[in-house]
Write a new protein. Sequence first.
Length: 277
Amino acid sequence: MSVTCIVNLFLAIGVIVHILKLVAVCVAVCSICECDQGQAKSPIKLPESVNSIGMKFKLVPAGTFMMGEGDEAHEVTLTRPFKIGVHEITQAQYKQVSGVNRSAFKGAQNPVERVSWEDAVEFCRKLSELPAEKEAGNVYRLPTEAEWEYACRAGTTTKYSFGDDDSELGNYAWSLENSGDMTHPVGGRKPNSWGLHDMHGNVWEWCRDWYDEFSRGELTDPPGPVTGSGRVIRGGCSSLAAEHCRSTSRIWSRPTDRFSGFGFRVVLVSPDEKAEP
């Protein structure tokens, strides 16, 4: 092979390498643009477990995310993975553990509602005391507000866990637009990319925290305010329009309030963590 051929070969290789680099950059840019345009994340198969009464849980990884929106947006880091319910607590599960069902929209697989924050905490205590759960070392509590939003967002920064388009909410949630102003069986809509159902709509979900304005600055494993007059409720419900079922939608109510549309899901804590409310 002549010197000229060798030189031409190296030049050709250099051009190919340059083109491949350009392609890689274009792919990266397109991925960023898709995220910025509110595209849903690709599904991630998180480890799943089931407890003694059939409740499913996903192991959510530790991580950092932007919590809240607008002027209230702030960076939060959760340093430990946690298991959170795939579904809202159903009426069948609630009655099995607590012995009652005050829900307005009856249905064994519908989310329990008309439960107060105190009722939800008592459910966690009774569930933890079941013989099979005690033997397994399982202890349950409500999610912190930070855990709830982190799980709801599932890695997104958009209005909803699937993007910003209100018209798509009906694929993922029961809201006023498609619910008939009533609750529906859990898991009937698409899950978010972490496999969690009904994080938007169906019923509001109690969190462990007292309600207050968000703290500014970076936070690590925030437990919420020390005291307050109302507990946090997240996610919207079936009687509210899409705008009120965003990843950041939050209200508060007194711990004793039992309103239709108030439900919850639970977290299964690690053995070394206290499950006190």
